[in-house]
Design a binder for this molecule. Sequence first.
Ligand SMILES: [Zn+2]
Length: 161
Amino acid sequence: MAARPIVEYPAIVLMTPGDQVVNFDRDLESLVKDMFETMYAEGGVGLAAQQIGLSLRLFVMDCDGIKLVAANPEIIFLEGEQGGEEGCLSVGKVRAELKRSERATLRAQDIQGKTFELAASGLAARCFQHETDHCDGILFIRHLSPLRRDLVTSKFRKMKK
Ligand SMILES: [Zn+2]
């Protein structure tokens, strides 16, 4: 069990839709453990496989009292709107204001491959949307206007110097 390095923007893996998770085995269990460890080490509330360089539809989260593993996630219901700032470990935690749906229902498979559905609101709903996007190869900055996206990426580039 070990924390792994975070893959950062503009890595191709972050822009590529992940492959379906098909094997719910020991390897997946140890991968998920590493993902939780990495997420906690980095102070994140969610982490997708893309962020450690794996093109897989898989994320972990521990956000607002909801701790889960989601394989092959889909958002099956969205409602309302919330304001607030969002950031991403793969973009150096640079934050930007981004509107998301207030409520979201996630359908995914757990670590055993069992399908579940879970509804959440607020921060946890934002996390569902952000992490499912990662699995589809979408970074949160893609939802920003070009101007604000440039602001975030230039701030991030400056941080890296
Ligand atoms: Zn992220």
